[in-house]
Design a protein around this ligand. Sequence first.
Ligand code: ZN
Length: 120
Amino acid sequence: MHELALAQNIVETIHRAVPPETRKNVRVVRLQVGAMAGVVPDSLEFSFNALVAKTPLSRVRMEIESIPFVVECEACGQISGNDAGISRCLECGSGKTRIRSGTELQVVNLELEDFQEEAV
Ligand SMILES: [Zn+2]
């Protein structure tokens, strides 16, 4: 994955959610990043900071919540997680599984000055 492009998307998400005159009040952007999203959090944060430097968003701090990779087996119902991104059921070996979490990358919310919160 390309963290710079992802960081650009996050900036655009903030721009869509917050009108120009309020952007300087944004303090925190909270993200959920799946363990298998293919994102290096440090790299994403670095890219974001580079993009917003010298803009009204320059004081925004990025908080990243890591979401574990979890698969649900449609054959035996087992819900299991692993750090390797294996989507096969580790209980019965079935390949018929559904990924419940771990591949997302999303902005969860923004925190603005004066403790106002805005859902995205
Ligand atoms: Zn299974």
